[in-house]
Design a protein. Structure first.
Length: 273
């Protein structure tokens, strides 16, 4: 927990700053005397884009935007609360981090919450780490599908989030398709709700959808899609780019889904490994 250790070490005001620093300060019960409007004179190695800053920004934006998304239709559905709790469980947060995540979720639901300021700072902190921004958007799409379907108000916010992060509409559509397919393919929703395994033929169709390729795709196209997705979701690479260590388990689960989908297709086609 590199970024968390920085907070406990007393460097909170310098670590993040901006709207994300203010949100996390409230969530942790800290007063921010420095760094809310700007970064001040940060110590050496604490420049924007430093890994600890990116991790703190990602964590803060994840739960606050999730809360904002949950309030999209004017009320918070119990499934959405369960999804947020499931994310915390998968991250194996300690008690204090879990309290902070819940508070960030509540802050995101508040009337005065400014999602654009949060998203703009997240994008600035992540810089060219596009896979990290895609992972962030994927988590938000999973949250939107917590009750099994995407409401128009949620879809509108997701389009806005993607645009603010510089992710084009076609990439958002691909992420949505992957999340929908993965829910069915894995036989369970993102919130952990059980579901019956689909018939073999449907499972193969879902496997193609997980990889984002058509059943008519060539073997080479299937392999390229598989490698691209594995590279995009590789836990070690994502952590190196700033994914909080607490979220490694989520990235690992995603790679397992991708591997399972590829294995289903590989067996059906008789492909070599």
């Amino acid at each position: 927990m590199a970024w968390w250790g920085k907070f406990l070490g007393g460097a909170f005001g310098y670590l993040l700053g901006g709207p994300l620093g203010a949100l996390l300060g409230v969530a942790l019960g800290h007063r921010l005397d420095q760094g809310v409007e700007g970064l001040g004179e940060a110590p050496a190695g604490w420049a924007p884009g430093a890994q600890e800053r990116v991790q703190a920004a990602f964590f803060t934006a994840t739960f606050s935007i999730m809360g904002h998304l949950a309030k999209a239709d004017g009320r918070v559905d119990p499934d959405e609360i369960r999804l947020a709790e499931a994310v915390m469980q998968r991250m194996q947060l300690n008690a204090e981090l879990r309290r902070a995540a819940r508070q960030l979720f509540r802050e995101g639901k508040a009337p005065g919450f400014d999602p654009d300021a949060v998203l703009d700072q997240l994008r600035a902190e992540c810089g060219r780490r596009r896979n990290l921004l895609r992972m962030f958007l994927e988590i938000q799409v999973q949250a939107a599908y917590a009750d099994g379907r995407l409401h128009e108000a949620e879809a509108r916010i997701l389009r806005h989030v993607a645009a603010r992060l510089g992710i084009p509409p076609q990439e958002l559509a691909q992420i949505e398709a992957l999340v929908r397919a993965a829910r069915h393919f894995a036989g369970a929703g993102a919130a952990g709700a059980g579901a019956e395994a689909p018939p073999a033929r449907d499972r193969l169709a879902e496997a193609y959808a997980v990889l984002g390729v058509a059943p008519e795709a060539s073997d080479a196209e299937v392999k390229r899609a598989y490698r691209r997705l594995m590279n995009r979701h590789h836990p070690d690479k994502l952590v190196a780019r700033g994914l909080p260590e607490e979220m490694v388990r989520m990235a690992t689960e995603k790679t397992q889904e991708i591997k399972a989908a590829y294995e289903t297709i590989r067996r059906a086609r008789g492909l070599s490994r």
